[in-house]
Design a protein around this ligand. Structure first.
Ligand code: ZN
Length: 409
């Protein structure tokens, strides 16, 4: 885009090159100034230069006129507090005014800036065991209310498929879950996690083809029986429930709510800057790809690490979770690999990388599992290893090559 030639630059040019003809327009072929368009007029005589300029609304002023202008500028500056940079006398004004920014603008603009810094440091938090620093602005009570509400809704949604309390699957999940919950309470005490609700836990087993297990704030665990295709032994179920309980110990749901509030605020600001919504159109997927998905993978990995610790504490084999991941990995490859998103697009890390990480953490968890020369868990392990107690659940509607969906591994 051609740069506009201003009258000031034009005057300077004429002062140093009085004999050179005038070329209007930054590109010498035409241009614009204050919305007015100019054509190249070629070389003109000094008299015609003045006439041409006057005909376009500009003027050459004599030394006396220029002094008068400066005087007027000074008066204007004193009276309205504005600085006039340049001006013309005859014809239209091409000067612009540089406004002084009032102090209150800095004050008003500074409040969100200072407030943002304060909130950032005020709600700094650390994940237990992993020590990851994160931003957590929700209160545990708020998360619990959210969890309780969602729990009621899901009970209504699954009401026709919830297995009764005396059903063998419900009895087993309840028994394993309570051992894991007990280990979670110990973990919360050791890590000074006052936010963890030590008094409430529910286990709801839903008859479903879906292979899924999840937890809500308030320790409401939902176990969908399709998961028995992949979690077959008591140790493996212990690993899965440990993973779920770990999400609540680490308050991952609160972290997600906190970040979604920040994303909503930034999204609203982007609409102020660009009301057409184009900025928001690119902002939303970028946040998901570069913020939410990587963070979700970190959370899943943390839930594996803490969950294995809970399983070991509850005397379940901490390695059993990796067996479940191997099965889901195989199902993904055999059954419907094309539908499995790559890790960078997935909310879960790939099974392969999870299994690798689990091998790293296993050393420490084995020490807990075998504590006191194995005496700590010996009696319980006898019960677990009893074939009648540890029988495999087969889901009546299981399909061999069904791809896992929304499951923890
Ligand atoms: Zn998970």
């Amino acid at each position: 885009m051609p740069s506009p030639v201003t009258p000031s630059s034009f005057s300077t040019f004429r002062r140093f090159f009085p004999s050179v003809g005038i070329k209007w327009g930054g590109s010498m072929n035409g241009g614009s100034m204050n919305g007015r368009h100019f054509r190249s007029t070629g070389t003109l005589s000094p008299t015609r230069q003045v006439r041409e300029a006057q005909s376009r609304g500009f003027s050459y002023s004599s030394k006396q006129q220029r002094q008068q202008q400066r005087q007027q500028q000074r008066l204007a500056l004193n009276s309205v507090g504005k600085k006039k940079i340049h001006g013309g006398t005859n014809g239209r004004r091409y000067s612009h005014h540089q406004q002084h920014i009032p102090n209150y603008v800095y004050f008003v603009g500074g409040i969100p800036f200072v407030g943002g810094i304060y909130l950032y440091f005020r709600f700094q938090d650390f994940v237990p065991l992993t020590g990851r620093r994160r931003w957590l602005a929700t209160q545990p009570e708020t998360e619990r209310i959210f969890g309780d509400e969602k729990y009621r809704l899901l009970l209504a949604q699954y009401r026709n498929n919830i297995l009764p309390k005396q059903h063998p699957a419900t009895v087993k999940i309840d028994r394993i879950g309570k051992r894991i919950f007990s280990a979670a309470r110990k973990f919360a005490d050791e890590n000074d996690l006052s936010s963890f609700d030590r008094n409430n836990v529910t286990f709801t087993v839903v008859n479903s083809d879906q292979a899924n297990v999840f937890i809500l704030p308030g320790n409401h665990v939902f176990f969908l029986t399709g998961m028995f295709k992949y979690a077959r032994t008591e140790d493996e179920i212990g690993g899965i429930l440990g993973h779920e309980m770990a999400h609540n110990l680490a308050r991952h749901q609160g972290e997600r709510i906190s970040s979604s509030v920040v994303v909503s605020i930034i999204g609203a600001f982007s609409l102020l800057i660009d009301p057409s919504g184009s900025l928001l159109y690119f902002f939303a997927p970028a946040v998901r790809l570069f913020g939410q998905l990587p963070n979700s993978r970190i959370q899943e990995s943390e839930a594996d690490q803490i969950g294995m610790r809970l399983a070991a504490e509850a005397c379940y084999d901490p390695e059993a979770l990796s067996h479940v991941c191997r099965r889901t990995d195989k199902a993904g490859r055999d059954g419907n690999l094309a539908n499995k998103p790559p890790e960078f697009l997935s909310s879960h890390p790939s099974d392969e990388s999870r299994i690798k990480d689990m091998q790293k953490w296993l050393l420490e968890d084995r020490k807990i599992f075998n504590m006191y020369d194995g005496k700590r868990c010996r009696e319980f392990r006898r019960q677990v290893n009893n074939p009648t107690n540890n029988r495999i659940f087969h889901h009546s509607h299981s399909r061999e090559h069904e791809a896992p969906d929304g499951m923890p591994c």
